[in-house]
Design a protein around this ligand. Sequence first.
Ligand code: FAD
Ligand code: SF4
Ligand code: SF4
Ligand code: SF4
Ligand code: SF4
Length: 416
Amino acid sequence: MSKKGDMLYAWTNDAEIAKRAELGGAVTGMWKYALESKMVDGVLAIKKGKDLYDAAPTFITKAEDLKNTAGSLHCGTLLLPKLIKKYFDGAKTMKIGVTVKGCDAMAFYELAKRKQINLDNIVMVGVNCGGSVSAIPARKMIQAKFDVDPDTVHKEEIDKGQFIIEYEGGHKGISIDELEEAGYGRRSNCRRCKMKVPRQADLACGNWGVIGPKAGKATFVEVCSEKGAKLLDGAIKAGVIATEAANPKGIEIRGKVEGAMMKLGDKWRKHDFESLGEGKDRLKKIMAETSRCLKCYACIENCPICYCEDCTTKNPAYVTPGQLPPNFMFQLIRFAHIADSCVNCGQCQELCPADIPNALFMHAQQVELEKMFGHVPGVNMELPLMAYVEEPEERARLHNTGSDMIYENVFSPVKK
Ligand code: FAD
Ligand code: SF4
Ligand code: SF4
Ligand code: SF4
Ligand code: SF4
């Protein structure tokens, strides 16, 4: 029987899944078992849409359809948990399996804290994530740096620090460092991301640490919860997947790669946050950039921290209706409500039609708050900082003292 902390190599015995899978198909194999055994009612995963730049979410209820979801799409920048809140009633009644990247797993926890998702009904199979590349920049990069027509590319992968493409007539790989120095490569939030092995999921799967004869043919699985152990054991017993112990040298290599990715994340944080300046300079920069805002609400609609039916940014007392750009209060409300819990998923930046680096602004604030209060969003069910503010008490204090600082106590030590 498997248990939390176990590490092994796994692959599927299903030939059709194995053919399409990224690294042996253990993930899709486990979903097959989960559906057939009715451990879940459906699986939310990603499949290739029109082409490999078009990662589409798909909800699968029949095991035979799972093969279409096998394989990794590195231009897949979607965030799945909000779809579950929006279209599946937060998994209140349905049991749903989801393949998650680190940012998805973090978003699940933040939505669950706010009672928008029922985590008891969610099974998460995590995939390690070195980063994803937005679709349009990926096309531009392939044209400019690889000198290849992006429409002729039929496969892409990230391996050993290179972005590799296969296209009509050949294949080419260029180091991610070189691409990023030239302004291409992973999304900026991915460069700063330090959630590389999503251990908040029930299982964490990836290629790091698979060495020897199984390299490229199996995935490295770390068991992260009892639910994960149950899924893995069931899939092995049903004969859908096979496993062997992870090579100890492979475990060591995986640890080293993860450590190196953390350092790289820190390097990019320093680089990006320093570019914002400090104090008033930072504020001026944010005000200048956000002055392009069209008030389309895409940043709010897609943020996993935002769930309010009556969003304060739509209150005419704060944000004047019919005015573009909206007064700066529009941005301040978002900063005040989200910054303590931002998981740096990048959605608010990726989907902003005015190209405002929203995720950078919010992430920079989140990291400052983390330094002050030690609160790390998205890793467990610890409540967000704002939950420790007693609003009725604060209002009474306001009334009694005349102080206009509603949340004055937020900067005193956190109440546990
Ligand atoms: P498969 O059976 O092929 O199943 C893959 C699953 O991933 C499917 O459920 C599919 O729907 C889902 N999926 C595909 N694309 C996405 C996406 N963009 N977002 C969410 N889900 C998706 N492993 C590492 O060790 N190091 C890395 O740096 C690394 N980077 C990755 C980056 C991305 C964007 C992705 C998606 C995966 C990455 N992986 C990484 C994990 C690795 O590529 C394999 O997914 C993992 O080893 C499982 O292999 P498999 O054959 O069992 O999966
Ligand atoms: Fe992967 Fe992190 Fe980027 Fe999410 S934010 S896609 S987990 S690197
Ligand atoms: Fe403004 Fe961009 Fe948000 Fe739209 S997505 S409301 S343009 S900041
Ligand atoms: Fe993601 Fe932006 Fe919300 Fe942060 S503020 S969680 S980066 S959508
Ligand atoms: Fe709720 Fe604030 Fe987000 Fe609006 S900006 S949805 S009020 S958290």
